[in-house]
Write a protein of this length. Structure first.
Length: 336
């Protein structure tokens, strides 16, 4: 493997000049920078990360804590899109990623111990039980962290705007004449609390009375559970004219339950989802949904985590909202 000295000898410049060229510093000519980089490609030069870590006291490795209790793993389209955006951005910034877990080769360790074992410079935390003592331990440790869709005191968080997302869906249904709007939400999390706040707030502002039985607790990313809750809504003496589901994937279960009951969408009943995943665009009819900006969520989490690592004294802990947009479709009927 070629070294900096080999490159310097090949190009007839100093080792310092080679280092500046490879790091994109501006105090050398463009011609020299291009000549050094071309030689590096030709000679197969790869930076020695161990030497770089010793010099900077960083490993350029970031932890990703992602625990999906539904066991859908990275097939979970929303979180996989967020994490893919995070990965792309951190790689642009010169970092690698390592998934943080509790088991390594049969050895049990805490999330914090795994972060220390791998020597990560920081960690992003998404899709976990944020009340888990091990998660709390990591958040309160010396490891810089950014959480996605959850807020800890004095910690960096990137948040999808769930309040306005739910409000936009309710107002869309209202504008299409619906006054009996039901909401099947996911399990109780910070995300769910914000969505419930958006639902009740917008209903109150529109003067809608929401029967208690119209708001039901489902499970995120679980079509079977949402199908069961849909059947419960259909069994009410006065069923809703429009149902909001916790996510687009779960909405499939609700749609199946409606079809099994002999109801057509949207002629007999309207439905709406959340997330705006690809599935929502190919469903028939196309699903009205709120599309979360997964690219911006992942990119912002990456940028803020690297800022905390590289500029800890001037980077303030913030709660950064990321808005989305309403995607229209054919699953909501306009009624008189």
């Amino acid at each position: 493997m070629s070294s900096l000295k080999d490159l310097a000898r090949e190009c007839g410049v100093s080792v310092a000049t080679v280092s500046k060229a490879l790091n994109g510093q501006s105090d050398i000519s463009a011609a020299t920078r291009d000549r050094v980089r071309e030689a590096a490609r030709r000679m197969g030069y790869v930076p020695n990360m161990a030497a770089r870590a010793m010099k900077t006291n960083r490993t350029y490795n970031l932890g990703v804590l992602f625990v999906d209790e539904r066991q859908s793993g990275l097939a979970h389209e929303y979180f996989s899109a967020v994490l893919d955006s995070f990965k792309v951005q951190v790689e642009k910034l010169g970092y690698d990623i390592t998934f943080v877990n509790r088991n390594l080769g049969g050895r049990t360790m805490t999330y914090l111990e795994h972060c220390h074992y791998r020597g990560v410079d920081g960690a992003v935390i998404a899709c976990v039980d944020f009340n888990d003592p091990q998660v709390v331990e990591l958040v309160n440790s010396d490891v810089p962290v950014v959480t996605i869709d959850h807020v800890f005191n004095n910690r960096m968080a990137v948040l999808s705007d769930n309040v306005n997302g739910l409000s936009a869906l309710v107002r869309y249904a209202y504008a299409n004449g619906h006054r009996r709007i039901a909401f099947i939400h996911g399990e109780r999390t910070a995300v769910t609390e914000n969505r419930l706040a958006g639902f009740y707030k917008s209903c109150a502002e529109l003067g809608l009375q929401v029967p208690e039985e119209y708001v039901r607790c489902g499970v995120y990313h679980d079509p079977d559970c949402c199908a069961e809750e849909t059947r419960a809504l259909l069994a009410l003496p006065q069923r809703p004219t429009c149902i909001l589901f916790p996510d687009d994937f779960s909405a499939m279960g609700g749609c199946i339950a409606l079809q099994e009951a002999g109801l057509s969408i949207p002629e007999d009943i309207s439905v709406m989802g959340y997330d705006g995943i690809y599935l929502s665009r190919v469903m028939k009819p196309q699903l009205v949904t709120w599309q979360q900006n997964t690219k911006m969520l992942g990119r912002m989490a990456a940028d803020k985590l690297v800022q905390m690592i590289e500029h800890p004294r001037v980077t303030l802990a913030e709660q950064i909202p990321v808005t989305g947009k309403l995607l229209e479709g054919g699953s909501v009927r306009s009624i008189e």
